[in-house]
Design a protein around this ligand. Structure first.
Ligand code: DMJ
Length: 647
């Protein structure tokens, strides 16, 4: 290339003077920096960005910090708890395919055989994957040598079983001696089989069944993951002794659960359903398959924590590790009930992998929550993962807040009552809730209002009805002078939620009910009248039954069974309904996976003896997947190595 000689300029160095060269270089380097920097602000979908930045987005995650990808995407949907129409319109790209997987070659294992194998003192397989397979570069970077030394041994399933106080399935699988209760329990089992059979027949491998159109629903909450109903059902089928069905589910996990998906998933939903479901299946059966799957999945969730504060974003692409906030969430914020509902599962991921990184991630969330100012001691629902500050002052024990509180008390219980921080946070939060949100209606019903910057909205969501059970299980560990009070409060809330059922024509409760405008415990808005097979009210009946043995809770549970049978059972499964106040049913054509995981499991437990998954040994995650209490001192004690619980 020939450069034209400019007057007064030497040939060397393109004829520029030193000062000119310097200015030019400065300009050039500024331009390059600007162009490269601009890449960060491009939406994730832009190809250039993917080419240049894809490697760094999946890079090491360090606790409490990390490279921030600020690309906030317009999100696909709202979470189910904010989505009244969920399940009412068919998903894109779905067919009415009823193709069934051939199950002829499946290995059939009876529950007894599994139990026997595990209790029989046979040399156990080492369920831990070689570290080279499970350990990513990010984990290596984030885990100190001393942490590693502390967790260097491998998890022993035998030892774990030896540390349980009671056999998981009880003396006789929880069969109640009273014939009527047993009959009711059998009815619930039949409902589970009916739901499962129809799912298997019409929607096998899809996420949920559409019982009216007899096809499968995929949705957009789980990225490319499939089989949500299968994963959510594993433990329910197992505890009910539906072993043929359980074996089909297990075989599907073995042959078809593909974790190498590239879709955009809700971190929260994947965690509570898939991670929780696989963990529970592993702890109940000791099958290595579940353990290796859950380890693989857990690792894929880690990049979501790659934010300046370590507070994870709500949506993650499981393939690339890119994460972003929900489009509907205030100013790119993360949701309290989402980042606050990881603790139980993540602590167990560390337990099984012997890698502290998962615990570190959730401990970091807790540290931040402890540090920041809380208005009136309350935890608002939206927090910025960038600044670590609250984004809005909306507080709710229902949607957006709910399971954060649940996980505080359950973290304490799951730690064998050693996690004092969780305990302090839980009772502190409960005190603030009582002072600011708990209300008594003119008709004498106790309820939890919502709080908007100091102004009360006298509305209680169906989701908030889990709080009866939560306050109940936490009652015993409160200050001695408060214990009876907590138990009474739990009973009052559960009573109010029952009222929301009895005051409807169908005897099922609406999505939200109000205490203003003249009504009490009834929905006043058309948009709040639907029921999507939710479990929360029944969940509270189950806990209150276990805690008090007041027979009314079993009666209330039975009322719910009758209502479900009458209004939600259709020819090919169970469906939600659009209006609980009308007897001319309008079905929403969706059998939610949590119906199999939670609603039917809690009903079954309600009609079982207390020794089926005893609360002394198990806590249920927010999707009702049982996770064992971690008895650290027992697990470290050599003497427990050979001790097994007699079944
Ligand atoms: C479930 O997925 C979980 O219970 C979650 O915590 C809230 N909502 C649904 C059931 O209603």
């Amino acid at each position: 290339m020939v450069f034209r000689k400019l007057p007064g300029v030497s040939a060397s160095g393109m004829g520029l003077r030193l000062s000119q060269k310097f200015v030019f270089l400065l300009f050039l380097s500024g331009l390059v920096t600007l162009c490269f920097g601009a890449l960060f602000f491009l939406p994730d979908s832009v190809r250039l960005k993917r080419i240049f930045l894809s490697k760094t987005e999946t890079q090491p995650v360090t606790v409490g910090s990390g490279s921030e990808n600020d690309a906030t995407r317009e999100h696909l949907n709202r979470p189910k708890d904010q989505e009244p129409s969920r399940g009412m319109t068919p998903g894109k790209g779905e067919t009415t395919s009823t193709k069934l997987k051939s199950l002829s070659r499946k290995p059939t294992v009876s529950r007894e055989a599994t139990e026997e194998r595990l209790a029989g003192g046979k040399a156990q397989e080492d369920f831990t994957l070689p570290r080279s397979k499970t350990e990513s570069a990010s984990e290596k970077a984030a885990t100190s040598t001393s942490d590693r030394a502390a967790m260097s041994d491998t998890f022993s399933y035998d030892k774990f079983k030896g540390c349980l106080l009671k056999p998981p399935l009880g003396r006789d699988t929880g069969r109640p001696s009273d014939p009527q209760t047993n009959e009711r329990r059998e009815k619930v089992k039949e409902m589970m089989k009916f739901s499962w059979d129809n799912y298997k027949r019409y929607a096998w491998g899809k996420n949920e069944l559409r019982p009216l159109t007899r096809n499968g629903h995929i949705g957009n909450m789980f990225g490319g993951l499939r089989g949500a109903s299968i994963i959510d059902s594993l433990d329910t089928l197992y505890i009910m002794g539906l072993m043929e069905e359980y074996n089909d589910a297990k075989e599907w996990v073995q042959t078809s659960l593909d974790l190498n998906s590239n879709g955009e998933a809700s971190l929260f939903e994947v965690n509570i359903r898939y991670v929780g479901g696989l963990l529970a299946a592993y702890y109940l059966t000791g099958e290595e398959l579940y353990k290796s799957k859950v380890m693989e999945l857990g690792e894929k969730l880690l990049p979501a924590f790659n934010t300046p504060t370590g507070i994870p974003r709500g949506v993650i692409n499981l393939g690339s590790g890119t994460s972003w906030s929900w489009g509907w969430a205030s100013a790119g914020s993360s949701i309290l009930a989402e980042f606050g509902t990881l603790h139980l599962e993540f602590v167990h991921l560390s337990e099984l992998s012997r890698n502290p990184i998962y615990t570190e991630k959730v401990m970091n969330i807790r540290k931040l929550l402890n540090k920041i100012e809380k208005p009136h001691g309350l935890y608002p629902n939206f927090l910025s993962p960038v600044s670590g500050n609250w984004v809005q002052h909306h507080v709710s024990i229902g949607g957006l807040g709910d399971s954060f509180y649940e996980y505080l008390i359950k973290s304490y219980l799951m730690s064998d009552k050693t996690d004092e921080d969780a305990k302090k946070m839980y009772y502190g939060a409960l005190e603030a809730i009582e002072a600011n949100l708990v209300q008594k209606s003119p008709g004498g019903l106790t309820y939890m209002a919502e709080w908007r910057g100091g102004i009360l909205d006298h509305k209680m969501g169906h989701l908030a009805c889990f709080s009866g059970g939560m306050i109940g299980i936490g009652a015993d560990d409160g200050a001695p002078e408060k214990r009876q009070h907590f138990l009474d409060l739990a009973a009052e809330i559960t009573h109010t939620c029952h009222e929301s059922y009895t005051r409807s024509a169908t005897k099922l409760g609406p999505e939200a009910f109000r205490f203003d405008g003249g009504g009490e415990a009834t929905a006043t808005r058309l948009s709040d009248r639907y029921y999507i097979l939710r479990p929360e009210v029944i969940e509270s009946y189950m806990y209150m039954w276990r805690l008090t043995h007041d027979p009314k809770y079993r009666e209330w549970g039975w009322e719910a069974v009758e209502a479900l049978e009458q209004h939600c059972r259709v020819e090919s499964g169970f469906s939600g309904i659009r209006d609980v106040y009308t007897l001319t049913a309008s079905h929403d054509n969706m059998q939610q996976s949590f119906f199999l995981s939670e609603t039917l499991k809690y009903l079954y437990l309600l009609f079982s003896d207390d020794d089926l998954l005893p609360l002394e040994d198990w806590v249920f995650n927010t999707e009702a997947h049982p996770l064992p209490i971690i008895r650290r001192s027992c697990m470290q004690d050599e003497a427990t190595q050979d001790k097994t619980v007699s079944e």
